[in-house]
Design a protein around this ligand. Structure first.
Ligand SMILES: C[S@@+](CC[C@H](N)C(=O)[O-])C[C@H]1O[C@@H](n2cnc3c(N)ncnc32)[C@H](O)[C@@H]1O
Length: 259
């Protein structure tokens, strides 16, 4: 896992992710005895909601960020709930889960062919996976501005070796990946979740955590704060509306797959 998030800050900045996750959970129609794996559980709020819905089952949340796992363990306890510090790329479970769930995370994973093989392996016979993550066209303002600032004279040298952190495929691209996977039932669809942040402050919280996390470690000294401030300034210029809200595109990929 390459990036370190801040669990407490993410908790304050993740209202939108939580709302998406709640919708996803409500669609699962759980019986109450399932064993569930939550990939990229973050600070654990959704993982705990899943655990409450399966009193006779068990939920394991995995995340690669120490701070996220620390916050999750501090905030949520339950006999059927566990959190483990584990990189999704390194997961190695075998027929252990009825459901593999993931909300707002898998655009951080670059190799989805490997991911789908690992998810398939981790499921019981007839177990199901349900993911939602960022797809093509997601955060178009932020991504344009990041690319712009990264290529400007003051910063370009910092990003020579930079590995772009996100995989945001089109529905067609993802369908092709899913076609290669061994699931018996598979479905992928896009979702337009464009939104207005209620205020500049709310958007800036989201820019700081999690969006800028992969970029700032590349920039040294006082340039780091300047880089952050320029991105924030341009985002405000580009997205603020007359009523003080800020618009950004949020395009999502939804996946359902049954073994
Ligand atoms: C935007 S947060 C989503 C958290 C939670 N699922 C939610 O909906 O609030 C993305 C999470 O993915 C985790 N993550 C990103 N790449 C990861 C990886 N390779 N392995 C494990 N966790 C990863 C991050 O640490 C972060 O907690």
């Amino acid at each position: 896992m390459k990036f370190e998030f801040d669990g407490e800050k993410y908790k304050q900045a993740s209202g939108q992710q939580k709302a998406w996750g709640k919708t996803l959970i409500s669609e699962l129609q759980l019986r109450g005895d399932e064993r569930i794996l939550d990939l990229g559980c973050g600070h654990g709020a959704l993982t705990a909601e899943l655990a409450a819905l399966v009193p006779d089952g068990a939920v394991l949340g995995i995340d690669g960020s120490e701070s996220m796992i620390e916050t999750a363990r501090k905030d949520h306890a339950g006999v059927n709930l566990r959190f483990e510090l584990l990189d999704i790329d390194a997961m190695d479970f075998e027929s252990q889960f009825d459901v593999v769930f993931s909300n707002a995370t898998l655009h951080w994973i670059k190799d989805h062919s490997k991911l789908l093989v690992n998810v398939f392996k981790s499921l019981n016979n007839s177990g199901a996976a349900r993911f939602q993550f960022a797809g093509e066209g997601n955060c178009s303002n932020l991504i344009r501005i990041l690319r712009e600032v990264m290529s400007e004279g003051d910063y370009t040298g910092y990003f020579d070796e930079f590995d772009w952190p996100w995989f945001m495929p089109s529905v067609e691209q993802y369908r092709a990946l899913l076609d290669e996977a061994s699931f018996a039932e598979k479905k992928v669809w896009g979702e337009n979740a464009d939104r207005y942040f209620e205020s500049i402050e709310a958007m800036v919280r989201w820019i700081d955590q999690p969006s800028l996390v992969p970029f700032l470690p590349c920039v040294a000294g006082t340039d780091k704060q300047r880089f952050r401030d320029i991105v924030v300034e341009r985002m405000i210029e580009e997205t603020v509306q007359d009523d003080g809200t800020c618009f950004e595109t949020f395009r999502r990929i939804n996946v359902f797959a049954r073994k």
